[in-house]
Design a protein around this ligand. Structure first.
Ligand code: NAD
Ligand code: UGA
Length: 465
């Protein structure tokens, strides 16, 4: 079998590289998959009992296939040399310096990976950009490979963006809505597409594997994230209208979402979207539009981010206003710090912003999250407020459960939709809180009627109190 010695290398052992390669290796036992990273700590964690990230179902899979045909290594050179196909799944954060500061994606890690490949590879490779990149990045990768390559080595560059969501990565990878592969419309290009497609065909039905030209593939990834983020901002604008009118945003979302042309998913009003990608990728699209001198397009998408910032601020304001205009010196319990449930990831979490606003008002915060570490919370708050951990410790405590956080607090603030927050013993919590006791539900997950009957003052996104 020509494929029996097929080898894959993945550069970048993060939220995308790790889970994606775990699924490929588990579904293709005869393919050797090696995931490499510049961070020796991250690789050590992947090789240990404490994986560097939490993702439901991931640990079981890793345990079965690690060191069978899935390897985590820091030996990038060896992994590149022996690979037939190389995924680049390094981070592509928003630039924080120079031209395009705060807007453009920073491609230095992608470029670094491409240079490493070019300098190291001594045989032909298919290079696959899995990282989310601006349109035309494949061209840049191609140029770098071509001008730095070893003699006689040929490259094909494909775009194969990833659509998994954190918290459901394993399900998303096992049963993707689609796999998108973009490549050159040449003979070699289509052969490379066929090869990558063959990998996915081990478990993905052929009709779900979509092939396009490279630009369409790159742009589709940005557009998919922009549309998802836009739905959330759209429903969040309506949440503000609901709070002022007596309509209920959940009822409106349901009624609207039942129209099959609109669909019911991604219409949960919230304290704002977080995560490492939505804001970054919308900015990526805005920057593209600006570069193309399409100012109205840029302005249109900018609103998605502005509404998200406004929603976070609005929620914090709702808290302060209803606590009689001041939270200074008041103990407030923050439930949830991750950017969504079922992950320990806090990148761009709305919780961080809500905490910043409340700290600026002089509140004393008691934060609880089922998965996020104390160290992570202090790092994030430090970065966001510019205060040292020692300074923050005067105003921030990390609780080991929701009850401890709630004890003697004036208010309970739901920032993340963890399932366990729905099942708490609220009569018990009520009995330990200061009176009047407040709940601010930023995720619309609690049974408000029950809470009101217990005596709580309940305020919620998208509903008049
Ligand atoms: P991450 O930060 O978790 O992982 C990236 C890893 O790449 C890091 O461990 C870093 O050390 C490593 N790295 C950087 N440069 C390297 C190099 N030259 N050699 C070896 N390793 C290197 O990032 P992520 O969340 O996995 O995202 C990766 C890409 O995938 C981004 O472009 C992102 O937009 C995209 N994406 C992310 C998600 C998600 O849910 N997180 C989903 C779809 C797409
Ligand atoms: C998102 C996309 O869903 C993935 O398809 C994409 O691959 C990924 O970004 C990426 O490119 O990184 P992710 O950010 O992991 O995935 O998680 P989502 O489930 O999309 O949630 C993002 C944020 O939106 C969370 O803060 C979530 O709480 C919030 N959200 C989501 C809402 O506020 N309302 C909703 O209805 C849905």
């Amino acid at each position: 079998d020509e494929h029996s010695t097929f080898r894959i290398c993945c550069i970048g052992a993060g939220y995308v590289g790790g889970p994606t390669c775990a699924i490929i290796a588990s579904k293709c036992p005869h393919i050797k998959v090696t995931v490499v990273d510049v961070s020796a700590d991250r690789i050590a964690a992947w090789n240990s009992d404490h994986l560097p990230l939490f993702e439901p179902g991931l640990e079981d899979i890793i345990k079965t296939i690690r060191n069978r045909n899935l390897f985590f290594s820091t030996d990038t050179k060896k992994a590149i040399q022996e690979a037939d196909l190389i995924f680049i799944s390094v981070n592509t954060p928003t630039k924080s310096y120079g031209f395009g500061n705060g807007r453009a994606p920073d491609l230095r890690y992608v470029e670094e990976a491409a240079r490493q490949i070019a300098h190291t590879a001594t045989s032909n490779k298919i290079v696959v950009e899995k990282s989310t990149v601006p349109v035309n990045a494949a061209e840049s990768i191609k140029t770098i490979l071509k001008t730095n390559k070893q003699p006689g080595v040929c490259y094909q560059v494909l775009s194969n963006p990833e659509f998994l969501a954190e918290g459901s990565a394993i399900c998303d990878l096992l049963a993707p809505d689609r796999v998108l592969i973009g490549g050159d419309e040449s003979i070699d290009g289509s052969l490379a597409i066929k090869k990558l497609s063959w990998v996915y065909e081990h478990w993905v039905p052929k009709e779900r594997i979509l092939t396009t030209n490279t630009w369409s593939s790159e742009l589709s990834k940005l557009v998919a994230n922009a549309f998802l983020a836009q739905r959330i901002s759209s429903i969040n604008t309506i949440s503000a209208v609901c709070e002022a009118t007596g309509a209920s945003v959940s009822e409106v979302a349901k009624a609207v979402g039942l129209d099959s042309r609109i669909g019911s998913k991604f219409l949960n009003a919230s304290v704002g979207f977080g995560g490492s990608c939505f804001q970054k990728d919308v900015y990526n699209l805005i920057y593209l539009a600006e570069s193309l001198k399409l100012e109205p397009v840029a302005q249109y998408w900018l609103q998605v981010i502005k509404i998200n910032d406004w929603q976070r601020e609005r929620f914090a304001h709702m808290i302060v206003q209803n606590l009689f205009g001041s939270v200074s010196g008041k103990k407030i319990a923050i439930l949830g710090f991750a950017f969504k449930k079922d992950t320990a990831d806090t990148r761009e979490s709305s919780s961080i912003y809500v905490c910043r606003y409340l700290l600026a008002e002089g509140a004393s915060l008691h934060i609880y999250d089922p998965k996020v570490s104390m160290q992570r919370i202090f790092l994030d708050l430090s970065e966001q407020t510019g205060k040292s951990e020692a300074e923050l410790r005067n105003h921030v405590r990390i609780a080991t459960d929701a009850y401890e956080a709630a004890k003697e607090s004036h208010a309970l603030v739901i920032c993340t939709e963890w399932d366990e927050f729905k099942k708490l013993d609220y009569p018990l919590i009520y009995s330990t809180m200061k009176k009047p006791s407040f709940i601010f539900d930023g995720r619309i997950i609690l049974d408000h009627d029950q809470l009101i009957s217990l005596g709580f003052n309940v305020f919620c996104i998208g509903q008049k109190p």
